[in-house]
Write a protein that binds this ligand. Structure first.
Ligand code: ACO
Length: 310
């Protein structure tokens, strides 16, 4: 069995928030664009439901895959900001899609969550335990953002994206993943139970992000016997344009194969890669078939990279 992506979808909240919104907390459009590449982001309304975005993204992915929700064996949602503490977001998404037989669970691996979930979905298909898996990344980071802290508030946005994975016997590549974590660095990026707001050492996170995503990507390419040139599109976690470009430079991905949409959506944590994939598809950067490289990094630290076909 060879898992590949057969459908991609995304959904963003309606409210667009430009950089000028943060003038009031001592930031500026110039600072944000120069340091991060971000120009605007979307915010979910205070009473908005993340499940609505996840379901919309999932329906689009299923339609583009030419699949019915009833075909799904598993629904996996990567999220750190679900609507409820319990049950997980995936259970509601599965029910609203109409999946009578799907197992559904949430996966929490911070900004690396989507790559972890993609690895799980791929493994389910390769082992023959699933025929079709929906892998979603959905985040309302505004729920854990300190709106008065300019060092984090300007970086984050809300949204959801989803992909459908199925067995494609003639897929252009056999999937490979490398996942890792290092809890020694919890203090660099966390939201604790009492304060519930993200606290971050930005410059330290920057250095780890570039180092870890580059290392994981190199390992995956080596394991797959692929050269960087064999990857048609490389989509890294959209934390910051400088981080993504630095990873591209480290591993030798030319700019035309490196996808960036952080200018429009900011950092949407585990939703960032599937949203970027949907935008890449809509911009014609994803043709009928190709090799995709992904890499992500987040709190924990957690990180990972993968290659798979579409
Ligand atoms: N507007 C204006 N000034 C600011 C802002 C802001 N939004 N934020 C910080 N500054 C100031 C600082 O106070 C500092 O001022 P000082 O020199 O007077 O002390 C100055 O700008 C430089 O601050 P640095 O933190 O050194 O700036 P840096 O160039 O490192 O950029 C940034 C900061 C953008 C946060 C960068 O470090 C980064 O992108 N790090 C990675 C962030 C990330 O990706 N985090 C993970 C995502 S969060 C999650 O997982 C959900």
């Amino acid at each position: 069995m060879t898992a590949a992506i057969t459908g991609i979808g995304a959904a963003l909240p309606e409210r667009t928030v430009p950089n000028s919104h943060f003038d009031a907390i001592g930031s500026s459009d110039e600072w944000i664009v120069k340091r991060t590449g971000i120009r605007e982001r979307r915010f979910l309304a205070e009473d908005g439901r993340l499940a609505d975005l996840a379901v919309t993204a999932a329906r689009t992915a299923l339609r583009r895959a030419g699949r019915d929700a009833a075909d799904l064996n598993h629904v996996v949602v990567a999220t750190t900001t679900p609507d409820r503490t319990t049950p997980g977001l995936a259970v509601e998404v599965a029910a609203r899609l109409g999946t009578p037989r799907a197992a559904a669970f949430d996966l929490h691996a911070a900004c690396a969550g989507f790559v972890y979930a993609l690895d799980q979905g791929t493994a389910l298909i390769e082992s023959g335990r699933a025929e079709a898996v929906l892998v979603c990344g959905a985040e309302a980071l505004t729920r854990i953002t300190d709106a008065a802290d300019r060092s984090t508030a300007v970086l984050l946005g809300d949204g959801a994206g989803a992909v459908v994975l199925t067995d494609i016997p003639d897929a252009p590549v056999a999937p490979a993943f490398h996942l890792a974590s290092d809890g020694e660095h919890i203090g660099l990026l966390f939201a604790d139970r009492h304060d519930r707001k993200l606290r971050m050492d930005g410059p330290e996170i920057f250095v780890h992000a570039v180092e870890k995503m580059s290392d994981a990507t190199r390992r995956v390419l080596e394991r797959s016997g692929l050269a960087c040139d064999d990857v048609d599109l490389f989509v890294a976690h959209q934390a910051n344009a400088r981080i993504v470009r630095a990873v591209g430079k480290e591993i030798g991905v030319p700019p035309e194969r490196l996808f960036l949409n952080v200018d429009r959506v900011a950092n949407t944590s585990s939703a960032s890669i599937p949203i970027a994939l949907a935008h890449a598809l809509e911009e014609g950067r994803i043709g009928p078939s190709g090799v995709l490289g992904v890499a992500a990094f987040g709190a924990g630290l957690t990180w990972g990279a993968g290659v798979l076909g579409w």
